[in-house]
Design a protein around this ligand. Structure first.
Ligand code: FES
Ligand code: FES
Length: 156
């Protein structure tokens, strides 16, 4: 039995210590906003926050998050950065199929929380681990600028 703090609530869970957080969240807690893409840390679909830092839940064992704060897409809108990012995502109509988007939003929120006015290159660096098969990258970048209240820089 381990206890995890998920979105501000302590949850006592009877899971193996090495179960990836992705499956702990989705299969045990029924929180399906966090997506399974590659299962290998390569696509970013499964991104959550652990103590405010973006983490790949497919590679993170549940035991590694004991005594830390886990935040998922289900609760990110309650944070200042999350509120701004989600509003900008809606205003810019960012998603296409939507599959990658919860991971994209989690990475974008971590960026904005750490860097209130990111440059294009800051955005590209922070978002480089999140893959979108639909190619929504230009709208993602524009939405992050919108959330930050900064202008999109000239195309490079
Ligand atoms: S499912 Fe975790 S990085 Fe792809
Ligand atoms: S919106 Fe379809 S994978 Fe990104």
């Amino acid at each position: 039995m381990i206890t995890l703090n998920v979105n501000g609530k302590n949850r006592a869970l009877d899971v193996p210590a090495d179960m990836p957080l992705l499956w702990t969240l989705r299969d045990v807690l029924g929180m399906t906003g966090t997506k399974f893409g590659c299962g290998m840390g390569l696509c970013g679909a499964c991104t959550i926050h652990i103590d405010g830092q973006p983490a790949r839940s497919c590679l993170t064992p549940a035991s590694a998050a004991v005594a830390k704060k886990i935040t998922t897409i289900e609760a990110i809108g309650a944070t200042p950065a999350g509120k701004k990012i989600q509003a900008a995502w809606l205003a810019s109509d960012v998603p296409q199929c939507g599959y990658c988007q919860s991971g994209q939003i989690m990475s974008a929120c971590a960026l904005l929380a750490a860097n209130a006015k990111p440059s294009d290159s800051d955005i590209d660096a922070a978002m480089s681990g999140n893959i979108c098969r639909c190619g929504t990258y230009p709208r993602i970048r524009a939405a992050i600028h919108q959330a930050a209240g900064s202008a999109t820089e000239a195309a490079k």
